[in-house]
Design a protein around this ligand. Sequence first.
Ligand code: ZN
Length: 163
Amino acid sequence: MSDETITGIIAPIRMDYRYTPGTATSLFLRAMKEGRFEGRRCPSCSKVYFPPRGGCSMCGVEFAETVPLANTGTVATYTIVNVNFANRAVELPYVVAEVKFDGADITTSLLLKGVPLEEVRQGLRVEAKWIPEEEWDYSLANISHVEPLDEPDAPFESYKDAI
Ligand SMILES: [Zn+2]
């Protein structure tokens, strides 16, 4: 018997489950299936949430209005990932960007491609790249990643409240 200390084990697990989305998430997932970005606007503070939720976390009121959003946005902040996690099929290093889509007030985490790591920055203007239409499902995974646009960087004032 060895005196080696065991500090961890790898134990693959599988869990089957059924997810039942609420009204807001159902509207969002249907829009994604049809290739549309849709946010929801708070009737009190007018902030637009994307992905939408049932109500505003700041005001505590239910959303009522659906707002179409652009396929373009701004990198509000980002992380360069150098340590992968299990089952992640992305080559290291990669960038996860918090993207504030045009017309939204909060950010969405997406993979950023098409820009050297040393050029990744806040304010970078990006466009969502969708997977092939025949593969669209009820999922944010319809967006493969975002890529830079050939536009000047957005001013800090335009995304500072989303950070
Ligand atoms: Zn609000």
